[in-house]
Design a protein around this ligand. Structure first.
Ligand code: CO8
Length: 264
């Protein structure tokens, strides 16, 4: 697929798709077009790019992953349009959570408002020490509309979440790592190398297994334990009915690499 988008850049490599939000002049602020294009790109990858194992999401320029929703565009929305914007953004976050490929947000600058929410919808967040996370919406007389009121407390606990959501507390990359908001932390100059390590590891793992594991783990937030355990047992059984599980276990027993990456 050539890049058919205006606000994002999509590059497909074998097994990996890289999506860059490309509005550096406004610190990659999310307007309706960005959300629409992100949804289209992620849908395309999950349905058509069957070999994709990892989607890497980042922001263009030196300063920001995403500095939030586009305040200029938002300022003229009607209540109904605001609701639609919120629902569209939420659909994107749910899509990112449900698709098989692992999703990685690479945050090397501001991840504020909708940017923090978008990163939280990804399975992994790799942040540099230059990153800054926050939910500053109340300063605009707004609240998060992209899942922040629902996901943040589950990650960092109620006291820190309320501090961020209601009292404007920002977190450095290091603090975000200590508090469990992000998965990995590195120096800015190491971010490419760290990203490549995640790519390499992901390609050594069973893609269907990754998809099932991420969905079940996320579903644990909303399922009662007995229901979740039942779903886990079903999915575990499913691993024994596909080639992936057989390939992985045989490879271990035969002391060779399972080579999941070549098995598309
Ligand atoms: N929207 C629109 N434009 C922005 C945004 C934004 N969120 N953030 C930055 N910009 C623009 C600035 O206006 C500026 O443009 P110009 O050069 O034309 O003046 C340019 O980007 C560079 O920004 P600054 O000059 O302000 O850069 P600084 O380094 O001085 O400051 C900050 C960086 C601290 C990040 C600052 O730009 C800032 O505070 N930005 C706004 C952060 C914010 O409040 N974000 C939350 C927005 S609300 C939100 O996200 C709600 C989400 C819920 C709905 C989502 C549904 C999908």
């Amino acid at each position: 697929m050539n890049n058919p988008f205006e606000t994002i850049t999509v590059q497909h490599e074998p097994y990996v798709s890289r999506i860059t939000i490309n509005r550096p002049e406004v610190l990659n602020a999310l307007n309706q077009q960005v959300i629409h294009e992100l949804k289209a790109a992620v849908t395309f990858i999950s349905k058509e790019q069957n070999d994709c194992r990892l989607i890497i999401l980042s922001g263009a320029g030196e300063k920001a992953f995403v500095a939030g929703a586009d305040i200029k565009e938002m300022s003229s929305l009607s209540p109904q349009q605001a609701r639609d914007f919120s629902r569209n953004g939420q659909e994107l976050t749910e899509l990112l959570e449900q698709i098989n490929p692992l999703t990685l947000a690479v945050v090397d600058g501001f991840a504020l408002g909708g940017g923090c929410e978008l990163a939280m919808a990804c399975d992994l967040i790799l942040a540099s020490t230059k990153a800054k996370f926050g939910q500053p919406e109340v300063g605009l007389g707004l609240i998060p509309g992209f899942g922040g009121t629902q996901r943040l407390a589950k990650r960092v606990g109620l006291p820190i979440a309320l501090d961020m959501l209601c009292a404007g507390r920002n977190l450095t990359g290091e603090q975000a790592f200590q508090l469990g908001l992000v998965s990995r932390i590195c120096q800015p100059e190491e971010i490419e190398e760290e990203t490549n390590k995640i790519v390499k590891r992901t390609l050594n793992h069973g893609p269907s297994a990754i998809g099932a594991a991420k969905r079940l783990c996320r579903a644990s937030y909303s399922m009662a334990l007995p229901v979740g355990l039942e779903a886990e047992a079903d999915a575990f059984a499913g691993c024994f009915s596909n080639d992936e599980g057989k390939n992985g276990m045989s490879a271990f027993l035969e002391k060779r690499s399972a080579n999941f990456a070549k098995k598309c």
